[in-house]
Write a protein that binds this ligand. Structure first.
Ligand code: PXL
Length: 286
């Protein structure tokens, strides 16, 4: 008779996110991404969405107490190596999550500021954005906005600074650098701004900290429109942090992983492509 030996658990990542029945974005994207990297995802539901691959039709925010209770029960049971926060759904939920994570200041926290869906459906109003800024940004290790979210969160500081005209061709980068500085001044340690929504043959993503640019990486621009690429990137970043990498290395690895999931994306419905988080399991089929 063999003796049962318990396997060592993989690194554990706690995810706060909304559900997405398409499996493209949100909680489902995060769990798939983390599983693909060899992490175990703890999943706290913050909202339930009604959507297809074209867009989000509606969402129901989870009650704040229910979010806090879901999180506290697993945090007290298991050692969490990183936390990832995606869609939140209500101001009360932001406050509840901020209170829970404040009890775990040593766990690295990745905040993906989900403001809209890929189609542009609103997932966070102005009040929710300001709660994110006041309550969660100061506790964030890495904020992962796309360039549109970065400008909205930083309230487009370049426009406000009169007479500070950016140069014609370096304008976008200069403006995003100003946004990054502003977001870091608001309290997060690092900002990874993604550039898929900017012009150019390549997508340029830049990681900043208090000293400025940590690294800038360029990726071949892929032709599709993708559902859940931001969730994949932020979850992968949390996963690599949980696996023991530092922020600079984790941000590079997360980009490389995400680009591969987009390269292998498929279009299961009538809307956007879905990144293949398990691309490596299908590679032999090609
Ligand atoms: O991709 C951002 C995102 C995050 N979370 C949920 C979503 C979306 C976009 O549609 O539905 C639940």
């Amino acid at each position: 008779m063999s003796t049962f030996v318990s396997a060592t658990p993989p690194p554990i990542v706690l995810v706060f996110a909304g559900t997405d029945p398409t499996g493209g974005a949100g909680l489902q994207a995060d769990i798939l991404t983390l599983a693909s990297l060899g992490c175990h995802a703890l999943s706290v539901v913050t909202a339930v969405t009604v959507q297809d691959t074209v867009g989000v039709d509606d969402f129901l925010p989870m009650e704040a107490d229910w979010i806090a209770d879901q999180a506290r029960s697993v945090l007290e049971d298991m050692p969490v190596a990183a936390i990832k926060i995606g869609m939140i759904g209500s101001v009360e939920a932001v406050a509840a999550i901020a209170e829970v994570v404040s009890d775990y200041p040593d766990i690295p926290l990745v905040l993906d500021p989900v403001l809209t869906s890929g189609r542009g459906d609103t997932l966070a109003n102005e009040e929710l954005m300001s709660a994110l800024i006041d309550l969660l940004l100061p506790q964030t290790t890495v904020l992962t906005p796309n360039s549109i979210e970065a400008r909205r969160l930083a309230e487009d500081p370049v426009e406000e600074e009169e007479g500070d005209e950016p140069e014609a061709d370096s304008g976008a980068v200069a403006d995003l650098a100003a946004c990054a500085r502003q977001l870091i001044d608001l309290g997060c340690e690092f900002v990874l701004i993604t550039g898929a929504h900017e012009q150019g043959a390549e997508v340029v993503n830049t990681l900043y900290n208090t000293r400025g640019v940590v690294h800038r990486q360029s990726w071949e621009r892929l032709p599709g429109s993708y559902h859940g690429s931001g969730c994949t990137l932020a979850a992968a970043l949390a996963g690599f942090l949980a696996l023991g990498q530092d922020v600079a290395e984790a941000a590079k690895e997360a980009q490389a992983y995400t680009w591969k999931t987009l390269k292998h994306a498929y279009r299961p419905g009538m809307g956007q492509f879905i990144p293949d988080r398990m691309y490596w399991a299908h590679e032999d089929d090609e």
